[in-house]
Design a protein around this ligand. Structure first.
Ligand SMILES: Cc1ncc(COP(=O)(O)O)c(C=O)c1O
Length: 373
């Protein structure tokens, strides 16, 4: 064995104010230290039932098929397209950021013919513009949108687009990776058919699970596929047989992660959804005000700024990498840099779940105050 291998690891306790992961509540860590049990043990099945029920609560849905994929948020995106696209299907996607662009790549790799509805990064896609594109493509099987675009800090309004898709032979797929647990995601009311998220942002759980909910309309589309879903691991019909009443083995349940998600969801309902959204809104506003006070300009369109992810333009002459390294190494604070063409130009400051606390805003402001003076 090499000399450097096998020593103890002591990762620092960072204040995770980037675009995710966020800090994890000690109760979630405690839950993870429970014994691992088998994938068909009645106790793990009961834990999964509780997760489904609590996820229905945060997704604000009655969808029977509501579960957690054993993989990160990207698996949610893959699942949405690999299950519902058959070769040649037309998919219309609103593209105003890095993750929406990734969605077009995932859809295209699943065999879709992708129509991009483009908007400048930092702006919403006006619902009328999106609906116009959908009217021009009545053959479209899916409309894909990102609710919280983590690359820009923009919150996309979805209700009008959902209302348009509701009465059509069209599925609305929504990425709620950043928003779920920190902002309203009204799956049933907004007419969303497939909505996925991830465990490590506003749900306050380590990365590794991707909650997803699927409408009965979407499940009918899935059952009428001409060819089987290419991915065995992400096949929702097989996953439903494991998570639903049949309990057919599909993959080995990551028991420790399920304990973590169950605890994270319990913490959310102890706080209450409305109170949690209010906390994210109030502290998101506070952070924006403080950052502006330090000379940063807000990047995202006014009126549509995400509470849990604030994107700011760096003042002239500020060295992105040097400053973020200093914050990390000397103050244990992580903030995110820009993605794509925003690299070196913007910061993405997260206030997600457990990290969304006034004391962490004070820590960041104190650190930046020290460094900048
Ligand atoms: C909006 C959005 N979608 C998808 C993803 C991918 O999720 P993950 O990194 O958990 O695979 C992210 C990750 O930050 C994201 O912010």
């Amino acid at each position: 064995m090499e000399k450097w291998m096998g020593g103890d690891m002591h990762p620092s306790y960072r204040i995770l104010m980037g675009p995710g992961p966020s800090n994890v509540h000690y109760r979630v860590y405690q839950a993870m230290s429970n014994p691992v049990i088998g994938y068909l043990d009645p106790q793990i099945l009961a834990c999964m039932d509780e997760i489904s029920e609590m996820l229905r609560g945060v997704f604000q849905t009655k969808n029977q098929v509501t579960l957690a994929l054993s993989a990160t948020g990207s698996a949610g995106m893959e699942t949405a397209y690999v299950n519902f696209v058959e070769p040649g299907d037309v998919v219309v996607i609103g593209v105003n950021g890095f993750f929406a662009d990734r969605m077009t790549q995932v859809a295209s790799r699943s065999g879709a013919k992708v129509i991009r509805v483009e908007e400048e990064w930092g702006k919403i896609i006006e619902p009328e513009k999106m609906i116009k594109a959908l009217k021009e493509h009545p053959e479209a099987k899916i409309c894909g949108m990102v609710h919280g675009e983590t690359s820009t800090g923009v919150r996309q309004p979805l209700d009008e687009i959902g209302a348009y898709c509701k009465g059509k032979d069209m599925l609305l797929v929504v990425d709620a990776v950043t928003t779920l647990g920190g902002y309203e995601v009204k799956v049933d009311e907004w007419g969303i058919d497939v909505c996925y998220s991830s465990s490590q942002k506003c749900l306050g759980v380590p990365p590794g699970l991707s909650p997803i909910t699927v409408s009965s309309k979407a499940m009918e589309v899935l059952r009428s596929r001409k060819i089987p879903v290419q991915s065995f691991y992400l096949d929702l019909i097989l996953l439903e047989k494991y998570w639903g009443t049949e309990r057919v083995y599909h993959h080995t349940a990551p028991a420790s992660m399920f304990y973590a998600l169950r605890e994270g969801l319990k913490i959310i309902f102890e706080e209450g959804l409305e109170e949690r959204f209010r906390r994210h809104r109030t502290l998101g506003d506070r952070l924006k005000m403080e950052m502006e006070g330090l000379g940063f300009k807000l990047f995202a369109q006014e009126g549509y700024r995400l509470p849990m992810l604030t994107s700011v333009i760096l003042p002239d002459g500020m060295d992105d990498v040097k400053l973020r390294s200093k914050l990390l190494n000397e103050y244990n604070i992580e903030v995110g840099g820009g993605l794509g063409f925003l690299k070196g130009k913007v910061w993405r400051v997260g206030l997600m779940g457990e990290t969304c606390k006034l004391r962490y805003i004070h820590c960041l402001m104190g650190a930046l105050g020290d460094i900048l003076t």
